[in-house]
Design a protein around this ligand. Sequence first.
Ligand SMILES: Cc1cc2nc3c(=O)[nH]c(=O)nc-3n(C[C@H](O)[C@H](O)[C@H](O)COP(=O)(O)O)c2cc1C
Length: 181
Amino acid sequence: MSAIENATKISSNHQNNFWKTLPRPFSVLAPMEDVTDSAFRRFIAKCGRPAVFYTEFTSTDGICSAGFSGVKHRLKYTEDERPLVAQIWGNNPDNYFKTCRILCEMGFDGIDINMGCPVPKVAKKGACSALIDNPDLARELIIAAKEAAGKIPISVKTRLGFKHLKTEEWGQTLLELKPAA
Ligand SMILES: Cc1cc2nc3c(=O)[nH]c(=O)nc-3n(C[C@H](O)[C@H](O)[C@H](O)COP(=O)(O)O)c2cc1C
């Protein structure tokens, strides 16, 4: 069985896929760097609870490095913030695999891959929105994440293009891998 077929099969098991049981329509608290930390999410939960919460985006290289303690605070949460999706970014499939295993052990309800951030600091490394122009690597990252996460849903947050609109071909690339959202 090919890696793509295997990743597609994983997504067909909805047992732990909270996306499937949300009321429709639903709202989410968008992931925001330097904003959506645990304190902010708890505040939002009190004044206008969305159906889904996200962490700030967290580097897979950071999580897999000796500097893990430097990014660990980004992944702190309380039970009041569920369902909670950990958003990750990076460009190394091995680190996606390891990171997703760690995040599953930490009890996140979902994992989201950032393929949308246009900030030059990350796009210059070939991560986030730059992955739209590197669909082979994007595919590898999603497959690695899905293999590691098993029943925990993997979603992708993206945009319609990096330098140019690529709505259809990029959408097709993503949909072939059946992300949870
Ligand atoms: C301060 C700030 C930080 C953001 N950080 C992230 C992030 O870490 N990950 C991400 O996917 N999007 C990030 N975004 C984009 C938002 O999640 C959202 O997609 C964007 O603001 C568009 O939604 P809006 O039209 O409701 O503002 C950020 C946006 C803002 C304003």
